[in-house]
Structures are given as structure tokens and as C-alpha cells.
Design a binder for this molecule. Structure first.
Ligand code: SAM
Length: 142
């Protein structure tokens, strides 16, 4: 399977080691790799988890690591699409590497249908921008 944006490995404890053969963690932020490696070890995934040091749009690097088109059974994205500049480009790439009939698991914060919640999201977005985190979006219509 392929996990995009694992960061320091917050989701790694959720993997059932008996059900995964190989995991490619595509993480462009190399400053997070040491923490990610530590979490991989802590979760007992050292023999199956490969860190791929690029954004998922970089097909050439993915290929170097053995991730070809239609090659993965499952794609996981947890709170990544809310922060990338062009989510549609990332999603296209995820479909490219996913086998036909494969699973795509996505968890994001998205725009709420509820007016009050949406107002809170707008305020959070403004506060994020003030502290220089413009790329984190609280209410994207994904
Ligand atoms: C908000 S963090 C989420 C971390 C982790 N998935 C979690 O659930 O805590 C977003 C992560 O996506 C990564 N990221 C940003 N752009 C990416 C891209 N184009 N391809 C893959 N990962 C990306 C960031 O470096 C960061 O580690």
C-alpha cells in the first residue's frame, strides 16, 4: 500500500502487520524522516515500510522505489489534501498508482454543511493565516 504524507507517523500504529506486505510512505518533508523512522521501528514495521522522499506527484522518484502505475492495492491519505496547493493533481496521481478495483482511504477536514460550524472554520482559517500557516485549509470543498 501507499501512504501519502505520513509526517512523523501518527497513523502507523493503526496498521495490522499481518495484513500488509509492503507500505510506501511518500513524505517530501525530510526533516520529519528521523521521527518517522523512529515510529516505524516502534510499530514493528521496519521490514515492510519504505520512506519515499518526494511529493506523490513525482512519478520518477516513485518509480525508482518500485511504485509504478496501477501497482498498489490501497492508498491512504490522512489530512494531506487539505494542505496541498492543488489537491486535484495529487488525487490524479493516487488514481494512477492504484490498481483497478483498489481501495482509496481518505480522511480530511472539509467544509461543513452546517452554517455555525462553517463560521468557526472560517475563524480558524483566519487565525491560521495570522500565524503564517496559510497552506493549512480548514474548510476546503473536497
Ligand atoms: C498535516 S500533515 C499529516 C500527517 C499525518 N498524515 C497525520 O495524519 O498526522 C501533512 C503531511 O503531508 C505531507 N505532504 C505535503 N505535500 C505532500 C505531497 N505532495 N505528497 C505527499 N505528502 C505531502 C507533509 O509533508 C506532511 O507531512
Amino acid at each position: 500500500m501507499l501512504e501519502i504524507g505520513p509526517g512523523s507517523g501518527n497513523q502507523l500504529s493503526r496498521y495490522d502487520r499481518s495484513k500488509v506486505e509492503r507500505i510506501y510512505g511518500v513524505e517530501p518533508n525530510v526533516d520529519l524522516h528521523a521521527a518517522l523512522r523512529a515510529t516505524i521501528k516502534e510499530c514493528g514495521l521496519s521490514d515492510v515500510y519504505t520512506i519515499v522522499p518526494c511529493g506523490v506527484e513525482d512519478g520518477e522518484v516513485l518509480r525508482k522505489y518500485g511504485v509504478e502505475g496501477e501497482s498498489v492495492d490501497t492508498v491512504l491519505s490522512v489530512q494531506v489534501l487539505c494542505g496541498v496547493p492543488r489537491p486535484e493533481v495529487v488525487v490524479k496521481e493516487l488514481y494512477r498508482v492504484l490498481k483497478p478495483g483498489g481501495q482509496m482511504i481518505v480522511y480530511e477536514h472539509v467544509r461543513s454543511d452546517d452554517f455555525v460550524s462553517r463560521s468557526v472554520q472560517r475563524k480558524c482559517q483566519e487565525a491560521s493565516s495570522e500565524v503564517g500557516r496559510e497552506r493549512l485549509t480548514w474548510s476546503r470543498d473536497l
